[in-house]
Design a protein around this ligand. Structure first.
Ligand code: DCP
Ligand code: MG
Length: 400
């Protein structure tokens, strides 16, 4: 298996259901199909609109608007009160469909989730095919439409899912110049961390679009967002975002990092230190009895700028061999040519072996992690116990 290829490119989906509560009401009351429909308080009571059908949106009605206003905008609309239990039930069924494609599902609300499909690409070929199939299954099994964004990270996927609603499928380009052009015309409010207050402040400086943010010098960025904030913004406006998709059942992670006494210019030595970090993390992972689905490296340079890179395994694993393999793919891919101040390694999305049992076990038969390689496991156990007895430097690995 080529983890390098699999992890590259489009791996993240953001799925958001269309007019979710309203679409469920239409599903349960077919006679309301095609009509302006408002879910929320009745128009003669205090209270607001939770959501409304796309037909109702044509009248200017939207979420959080007072129901009285909605009633005035469209007096003949159907008004229904929310039935949360029913929406939760449908939501659970949708999440089950997601899990047919990947165990790495991060729900954000009842109708929205991130999926990391990097471990499923070898089955489906590419993420766009997965997005199409996923939409088809939600339509045929549940009877609803979803809008999906496909991208290389969470930030871009979330923006994309909103672009062609309803029933949309939007794919974000892959190269940085194309990504920057994709983002340039969007309002600054699309940026994570830019709410109404900050947007109003930017507006005073004449800044309305992400493209305008892209053009700012680092010092102006710093005056607007502070030092740490500016660093995040500079990454985001270029469409860079390395936050992993984190599943609900285990948000914990195990990690370790090392700061060099002097900034280390020699990548081979950094790599050696990374190997030791991975082995230490691997030992703690096995000690916890859990398996990891996601690995991440962190690199901080002499100027304190920091990058993280992560990958998801097709199935959860815990052998040093696989973890080292993953860490080295991530590290080598960066082709770093400058001194490094700090190197770190961590695993996320930890699962007990029961939780980690793949949904469709035979599909993973020929990949790294499953069946967990018995020989490696035995070797790791032997190494772990020797280390416990003789200290962590008792054994050094060769051959990587
Ligand atoms: N919701 C709510 N109050 C809000 C916003 C949303 O109660 N202010 C509820 C109703 C929505 C659901 O959450 O159906 C999902 O929110 P979305 O923002 O995804 O809106 P919709 O799914 O309704 O519409 P869209 O097609 O724009 O996603
Ligand atoms: Mg929605």
């Amino acid at each position: 298996m080529n983890m390098g290829l699999m992890n590259r490119g489009l791996t993240i989906l953001h799925v958001d259901m269309d007019a979710f509560y309203a679409a469920i009401e239409v599903l349960d009351h077919p006679e309301w199909k095609g009509k302006p429909l408002v879910v929320g308080s009745p128009p003669d009571k205090r209270g607001v609109v939770a959501t409304c059908s796309y037909e109702a949106r044509k009248f200017g009605i939207h979420s959080a608007m007072p129901s009285r206003t909605a009633g005035k905008l469209c007096p003949h609309a159907v008004f229904v009160e929310p039935r949360m239990e029913r929406y939760s039930e449908i939501s659970a069924r949708i999440m089950t469909v997601f899990e047919e494609f990947t165990p790495l599902v991060e729900p954000l609300s009842l109708d929205e989730a991130f999926l990391d499909v990097s471990g499923a690409l070898h089955i489906w070929g590419d993420a766009v095919t997965i997005a199409r199939e996923l939409k088809a299954r939600i339509r045929s099994r549940i009877g609803l439409t979803a809008s999906v964004g496909v991208a290389s990270n969470k930030f871009l996927a979330k923006i994309a899912s909103d672009m062609n609603k309803p029933d949309g499928l939007t794919v974000v380009p892959l190269t940085e110049p194309e990504i920057m052009a994709f983002l340039a015309p969007m309002p600054v409010t699309k940026m994570w961390g830019v709410g109404k207050v900050l947007a109003a402040r930017l507006e005073k400086d004449g800044i309305r679009t992400i493209g305008q943010l892209q053009a700012l010098s680092p010092s102006v960025m710093e005056s607007l967002f502070g030092r740490a904030g500016a660093r995040d913004m500079e990454e985001l406006v270029r469409g860079r975002d390395d936050r992993p998709v984190i599943t609900q059942w285990e948000e914990k992670s195990i990690s370790n990092e090392h700061t060099f006494d002097r900034d280390e210019p020699d990548a081979v030595r950094v790599r050696q230190r990374l190997l030791e970090l991975v082995e230490e993390v691997g030992g703690r992972l096995r000690g916890s009895g859990k398996l990891a689905r996601t690995a991440q490296i962190k690199i901080r340079f002499a100027d304190f700028s920091t990058i993280t890179r992560q990958m998801s395994f097709p199935a959860a694993l815990d052998t040093d061999r696989d973890l080292i393999h993953g860490a080295f793919i991530l590290f080598d891919r960066e082709r770093i040519g400058r001194p490094i101040r700090l190197i770190g390694f961590g695993v996320h999305n930890l699962a007990t072996p029961e939780q980690a049992a793949p949904v469709q076990p035979d599909l993973f038969a020929d990949t790294v992690a499953a069946p967990v390689d018995r020989r490696n496991k035995k070797l790791d156990q032997a190494v772990d116990s020797l280390r416990k007895t003789f200290g962590s430097h008792a054994l050094k690995r060769g051959g990587y």
